[in-house]
Design a protein around this ligand. Structure first.
Ligand code: DX5
Ligand code: ZN
Length: 226
């Protein structure tokens, strides 16, 4: 299954920092450079202040990404995510990540993701303790550890995240992937890898540069990925 790629040591470019006027070209650039996990940041103006994109854009990219052998990794920064899981699954999401802080019904939300046929991810804000994952650890395929506060690209990596990653790795079964998101670059990614992360979301470091392909490849090389 394609989504197994989410378990490998990989960089996942985040389209949040891409040029939306030529989104398909930007995705093609990083996929030609080797990317196979494309990270999509969905924001609702409530859970986080900005509003970004929804299922329409996931659907618009699905044919291209799947056709090139990739997967769509959808990060929902929205309140009550369980209400929108099916729409994102129908649009072509391969993995759907919900925030623990965004719903009182996180067990229900994660089950909804799995029932929709997607890999289920649980995201934690920087202020949420690692131990919070334990009650749903058996339901999650990956834990997304926010290494900045959610809502914006281009922020600085929060240093205390390294110790948190070590705690998460100790709490989670080996089958559960740890994804890091925020401030990931060639300096922070290897340190996150040493602490147990294997999936590295990068927005501004890749798309904020004149040559996203070169940035993608350098970042992948920094963690020993392809
Ligand atoms: C932030 C998003 C990130 C964002 C990361 O809320 O979840 O995925 O794109 O951006 P950078 O890599 O610029 O920190
Ligand atoms: Zn994200």
């Amino acid at each position: 299954m394609r989504a197994e790629m989410m378990s490998e040591m990989r960089v996942a470019p985040s389209i949040l920092s891409a040029d939306f006027a030529r989104l398909g070209d930007q995705v093609a650039t990083v996929m030609d450079a080797g990317a196979r996990v494309i990270h999509v940041d969905v924001m609702d103006g409530h859970f986080v202040p900005p509003i970004t994109i929804g299922p329409l854009i996931v659907n618009a990219l699905a044919g291209q990404v799947h056709g090139a052998g990739g997967v769509l990794d959808v990060h929902l920064m929205i309140e009550r995510p369980e209400r929108h899981v099916q729409a994102f699954a129908d649009a072509g999401a391969d993995a759907i990540t919900v925030h623990l802080e965004a719903t009182a019904h996180v067990n229900f939300a994660l089950n909804a993701v799995k029932e929709a046929g997607c890999r289920a991810g649980l995201a934690l804000n920087p202020g949420t303790p690692a131990v919070a994952v334990t009650e749903v650890a058996d339901l999650v395929d990956h834990v997304l550890c926010m290494t900045v506060n959610p809502g914006w690209g281009g922020q600085s990596f929060i240093e205390s995240s390294i110790d948190k990653l070590t705690r998460l790795r100790g709490l989670l079964p080996a089958s559960c992937t740890i994804e890091v998101d925020g401030g990931v670059d060639t300096e922070t990614a290897p340190r996150c890898a040493d602490a147990g992360a294997t999936l590295f979301v990068a927005g501004s470091h890749v798309f904020g540069a004149p040559d996203p392909a070169q940035r993608y490849q350098a970042l992948a090389a920094s963690i020993g990925s392809i």
